[in-house]
Design a protein around this ligand. Structure first.
Ligand SMILES: [Fe+2]
Length: 191
């Protein structure tokens, strides 16, 4: 077990802890199960790690229980700039976990997940995609547009975020860096 494995397991347990009483609890539970199965079956991928400027903000996140575990896993993450921004990786970045772990070995379906990191007051732009999506907010507060709403709003402290397939969604960080885990999943029959 590496620090990244420890962090991913901690994220999986945190999603399970937050599930009871969430809106969309049933579908979020399916996302949790797909993530858990993907972790169980995963294998490390040996790749050269890359970084981008925004990754520096991982060291300065607002105190949060999972942040220390994410920081410990930092050397195992590989960061890329978002193709949805023209910021050279200074405002927002992604650390796709499928680049460092083979997460597509379970029978539960396709899982694509990673970390999203925003600098203070940074924006991850409006976007949509066919797979449904679960976000586990880890550190920092922001304004989120999600779940089919056209409004941006704050989240409750232990919230999980759910986007239906093709929901237009976005998040704007507050005064602290914002770190979240995203999980996209679909059944094998969805292709
Ligand atoms: Fe998304």
């Amino acid at each position: 077990m590496t620090a990244l494995d420890d962090f991913l397991r901690a994220c999986e347990r945190e999603i399970a802890r937050r599930l009871p009483g969430q809106p969309k609890q049933d579908v979020l539970a399916a996302g949790h199960a797909a993530f858990q199965a993907a972790l169980d079956a995963s294998e490390p991928i040996d790749v050269r790690r890359q970084s981008i400027p925004v990754a520096e903000h991982l060291r300065h996140g607002a105190a949060a229980p999972l942040l220390a575990a994410a920081q410990a896993a930092g050397p195992e993450l590989s960061w890329v700039a978002s193709s949805r921004l023209d910021d050279n990786g200074t405002e927002a970045g992604l650390a796709p976990l499928n680049d460092v772990r083979d997460l597509d070995r379970s029978d539960w379906g396709h899982v694509q997940c990673g970390l999203m990191l925003l600098r203070p007051n940074g924006t991850y732009p409006l976007h949509s995609h066919p797979p449904q999506e679960l976000y586990l907010p880890i550190s920092g507060y922001g304004q989120w547009r999600y779940g089919g709403s056209t409004e941006f709003c704050s989240l409750a402290p232990d919230a999980l975020v759910y986007n239906h397939p093709n929901d237009v969604h976005s998040v704007v960080a507050g005064e602290e860096p914002l770190l979240a885990l995203y999980i996209l999943w679909s059944d094998r029959s969805d292709g």
